[in-house]
Design a protein around this ligand. Structure first.
Ligand code: FAD
Length: 471
């Protein structure tokens, strides 16, 4: 932004939100330049912290008139470059719009502002015996989870964020405030605008409030680990558990090298082999016990090397604490390395084929890689690490990514199960959606954001003339 325009914009933003909630300081700009991925960052010109929908609306109205890029920022934990302000401009940080507006206890619903962090929200909801189930490892904001359609270890039972959003308040690019959906769990009234915004990565509108479905906290649950000789056997067990109609609340695949890292860094004492981490919950101890018996039978039929079921809160908390720290543990194991995280997903019947393909390409290219997956919903991540100056390592990581996306698409799946398109997945969009699908998406973007001010350069920009660099 040129100096004069910068000064004028700061003045306008200060008049909207007050001087203390606008900053062009280098430290604030640096903090909003990149997410948790390895994608190169870009400094925004200005950061603002709105507190109300009216403030968001006034800022967007001004930005739209002046053709200034605006990128929403939740907690910055994305893994595909989603909130990087590629063309500078204004970053809107939602940290201060972090209230629970209302708990609709009788309906198992909550209305919340976008900046509330989901772990904080769930903490506040425990006194109602309720929780918001989609559960990414990081303490993400609700706005960021809605924008990325985040998911996690509990998606196998409760669905992704998309399945748990009932209604939204969205500020459009021109500043208009839109309300979508309703609090009814059944909705059939016209086009589904709510879910158009879920997963749109802040490119179609800015979420300023959301009404979400909650689930009751389960009373009886069990955490289970089982180790297998090969990752392919573990993948077959995943397919068989789901195919048998058993209903895990979580079913995660942890590759052998990831298990080794957890043992070293987190003090777990798991058999160093591909493991499944599972959780089951039931209405009674008896029904839970019956379900666990069937799970054990399936695991033993595939010659599991160990099977451990620990009923109770502590066993469960320990297991998921270790699982959630996996990314941190991997980063600690390869200090100073760059990394590429893959995120493909397939129908569950194809999961064994996907895992076999991942295993094969990682062995063939001999990459520093690990495998973890939200296996119960067909989602597989690999993490490939390489020194920043190792071009061959970087190329090989990209080859793994390309190969896994090709494989997932050929198996009826998707290039991204939960991290979103951001920057890294744009080049696969044509193959995944086809010309007609992609053109329709471009038309939707052009209708909702004709001046391309909202998070420009994301989702649809690759290899097209689509990016209009704002003046
Ligand atoms: C250790 C670790 C583990 C993770 N595990 C998982 C996992 O299991 N599953 C998973 O899905 N993800 C996972 N993630 C990725 C990340 O947590 C999710 O993508 C999450 O949705 C990002 O939320 P955020 O609040 O950090 O959003 P940000 O990264 O700040 O932003 C994400 C996107 O949302 C947009 N946005 C933010 N707020 C709004 C708003 N109010 N309105 C419109 N757009 C908005 C941004 O512009 C950006 O495009 C993990 C990340 C880490 C670091």
């Amino acid at each position: 932004m040129a100096n004069m325009q910068l000064e004028a914009t700061i003045n306008v933003l200060q008049s909207i939100v007050g001087p203390e909630r606008v900053s062009a300081a280098q430290a604030d700009r640096v903090q909003h330049a990149r997410d948790q991925s390895s994608h190169a960052g870009r400094l925004p010109d200005i950061v603002a912290w709105p507190q109300t929908t009216a403030e968001v609306s006034a800022i967007l109205r001004h930005a739209n008139e002046q053709r200034l890029p605006v990128t929403a920022w939740g907690a910055g934990t994305s893994l595909e470059g989603n909130p990087i302000p590629l063309f500078g401009g204004i970053v809107l940080n939602f940290q201060r719009m972090n209230k629970i507006v209302q708990v609709h206890e009788a309906d198992f619903q909550v209305t919340a502002q976008p900046g509330v962090l989901y772990k904080d929200m769930n903490q506040q909801l425990t006194r109602y015996g309720l929780f918001f189930a989609p559960d990414p490892g990081a303490n993400a904001s609700m706005g960021g989870m809605i924008a990325n359609n985040a998911a996690g270890i509990r998606t196998v039972k409760y669905g992704a964020t998309r399945d748990n959003v009932l209604a939204l308040q969205v500020v459009l690019a021109n500043g208009d405030v839109l309300r979508t959906g309703s609090r009814s769990v059944k909705q059939s009234a016209g086009y589904d605008l709510t879910h158009l915004f879920v997963g749109s990565e802040g490119t179609l509108g800015i979420v300023s409030e959301a009404t979400l479905k909650l689930a009751p906290l389960p009373e009886h649950f069990s955490a289970v680990t089982a180790a297998f000789a090969t990752v392919n056997q573990a993948a077959e067990v995943v397919f068989n558990i789901i195919g048998a109609g058993l209903g895990p609340t979580a079913l995660e695949l942890i590759g052998a090298s990831s298990v080794e890292m957890l043992n070293a860094e987190e003090g777990t004492e798991l058999v160093v082999a591909p493991n499944l981490f599972m959780e089951f919950s039931g209405a009674s101890e008896a029904s839970l016990g019956e379900e666990l018996k069937l799970v054990e039978e399936i695991c033993r039929a595939y010659h599991c090397q160990s099977f451990q079921a620990g009923v109770g809160r502590e066993a469960r908390a320990n297991l998921w604490r270790a699982r959630h720290r996996m990314f941190e543990v991997m980063v600690r194991t390869f200090p100073g390395y760059d990394y590429l995280l893959t995120d493909v997903a397939v129908p569950i019947s194809q999961y064994p084929a996907l895992v076999a393909a991942a295993n094969e390409i990682m062995t063939e290219l001999d990459v520093n890689g690990t495998m973890v997956g939200h296996a119960g919903d067909g989602n597989l991540h690999t993490a490939i690490f390489f020194p920043p100056d190792d071009n061959r390592g970087r190329e090989n990581a990209q080859r793994v990514n390309d190969h896994l996306v090709e494989t997932a698409l050929s198996l009826g799946g998707t290039s991204t199960g939960e991290h979103g398109v951001g920057l890294g997945k744009q080049k696969y969009m044509l193959k995944e959606h086809g010309e007609v699908g992609l053109n329709l998406m471009r038309q939707l973007k052009a209708t909702l954001d004709p001046n391309n001010i909202l998070n420009p350069g994301k989702v649809l920009a690759y290899d097209t003339n689509w990016v209009i660099i704002p003046q």
